[in-house]
Ligand binder design. Structure first.
Ligand SMILES: Nc1nc2c(c(=O)[nH]1)N[C@H]1C(S)=C(S)[C@@H](COP(=O)(O)OP(=O)(O)OC[C@H]3O[C@@H](n4cnc5c(N)ncnc54)[C@H](O)[C@@H]3O)O[C@H]1N2
Ligand code: MOO
Length: 407
């Protein structure tokens, strides 16, 4: 057991992880039905324009605008209706002077027409229609390409696909969608006290909740969790399970076994596996004993077993690492200024990150702490949508302005 481990400044630890040369994910074709929340793997260009043809934005009549000039309620212009064009159909003939076509929203503008008059400004009369107002040539036509022009760059690599992207992709007929493969992340919980949910909870044991916590984060951030379950605090057992993980994944996230106790063997296991230490202690609370080692193009990260500590350190380090690796553009943590609804008086020699919640209240962001901040506490993660740093020896007072790290 090492006597003293030098604590790494959080920002240096972040740098070492975020710049670690992991293998870039391949690009794979994904059905548009499964593309939500996937990351686009290529820049995409529009194969055709949107709309793909000049169309009517109104129910009314398509005409040559010149034929309506001077029309008014008092002095209507009468045109002959020679065609009827519902959406999805095309006009049968080119309009001549003095002619118009009944047209409906979304239908293509017929040849010869250059304007549409809405039906509210007309009075149909048998085969003819009276125009009660004029419409200038070019008016009321939704032009081909007014939304998207064929060939224009439409979505860039690294875009997270959501409903708006799905709409554009499908309008352009782009199925399947080239997406980055989701990086595989193996997750292992260590500890003699951990049991799986399928086993009874006998005295001294707790259920393996960290695996679900971390798997949830991994999926959220664009990775594919591989669940390795839990393993007792024995070096050879942990090593074997990590090796099992390494056969399937390039990032191994373990929880527990990183502190200074007799059973905290994860650091030794990293060493035995030939991994090179990046850091083995952070200058923050909670999660101080977090450890990380590089093994070629693979990373081994040991988070604290305490769920609150594992969550905070995941968010401050692994979140951005994984989003970057998954190819996402939104990988950086962002901050907003918020005013505290309450103080936090407990000082520490170490930087501390508190779990909080910000809400927009009466024209400003207000930040409240979400409850007990002990590293073993899970409940304060429930409403948590931000973290707030307390510098060493600092006390936050109610109404202080702080920077909230958005989660
Ligand atoms: N003498 C010292 N003791 C401790 C120190 C220290 O500096 N000197 N550091 C403390 C700090 S800080 C932390 S954080 C913890 C970290 O311990 P480990 O990361 O080695 O984690 P464990 O001891 O294995 O577990 C801690 C805690 O979390 C519970 N746990 C573990 N795994 C799970 C899981 N999968 N699901 C739910 N809960 C889990 C475990 O039962 C413990 O209660 O060490 C302090 N000790
Ligand atoms: O630094 Mo430990 O993670 O919270 O209590």
């Amino acid at each position: 057991m090492e006597k003293h481990i030098y604590p790494f400044v959080l920002e240096k630890a972040q740098d070492s992880l975020w710049n670690y040369p992991l293998r870039a994910p391949m690009v794979e074709p994904i059905s548009i039905l499964n593309a939500q929340n996937r990351v686009l793997g290529e820049d995409l260009y529009a194969p055709h324009s949107l709309p793909p043809f000049d169309r009517s934005p109104l129910d009314g009549y398509a005409l040559r605008g010149e034929d309506s000039l001077g029309a008014s309620k008092k002095n209507p212009k009468v045109l002959t209706v020679v065609d009827r064009i519902p959406a999805g159909h095309i006009g049968r003939r080119e309009l001549q002077a003095g002619e118009c076509a009944r047209i409906f929203t979304g239908a293509p503008i017929p040849l010869g027409a250059n304007a549409v008059l809405r039906q509210e400004d007309t009075e149909p009369e048998g085969e003819t229609v009276r125009f009660l107002s004029e419409v200038t040539p070019g008016a009321n036509i939704s032009r081909k390409g007014e939304d998207v022009v064929a060939g224009e760059p439409i979505l860039t690599r690294g875009t997270m696909i959501g409903p708006a992207e799905l709409a554009i992709l499908s309008a352009l007929g782009m199925d399947p969608v080239p997406c980055y493969a989701r990086p595989k992340v193996a997750i292992l919980s260590t500890g003699d006290e951990i049991v799986e949910l399928t086993s009874p909870l006998t005295p001294g044991k707790i259920f393996n909740s960290n695996m679900y916590l971390i798997a949830g984060y991994v999926s959220r951030d664009g990775g594919e969790p591989i669940l390795l379950g839990s393993v007792h605090d024995k070096e050879e057992l942990i090593q074997a399970r990590i090796q099992e993980g390494l056969a399937q994944a390039d990032l191994i996230l373990t929880t527990g076994g990183v502190s200074v106790g007799d059973y905290d063997v994860v650091k030794e296991v990293h060493h035995e596996l030939g991994a090179k230490r990046l850091f083995a202690k952070l200058d923050i609370k909670p999660g101080t004993p977090m450890t990380a080692s590089g093994l070629g193009e693979k990373l081994l990260i040991g988070l604290s077993g305490n769920p609150g500590a594992a969550a905070v350190t995941y968010e401050l380090t692994v979140r951005t690492l994984l989003r970057n690796w998954a190819g996402r553009k939104d990988s950086q943590l962002s901050k907003v200024r918020a005013r505290l609804t309450e103080g936090f008086g407990k000082t520490s020699g170490q930087r501390r990150f508190l779990r909080g919640r910000i809400d927009w209240v009466n024209g400003e962001y207000r930040l409240s702490f979400t409850g007990k901040q002990n590293p073993g506490v899970m409940k304060s993660l429930l409403a948590c949508n931000c973290l707030v740093e307390v510098p060493p020896q600092k006390r936050w007072m109610s109404d202080d302005w702080v920077e909230a790290i958005l989660l």
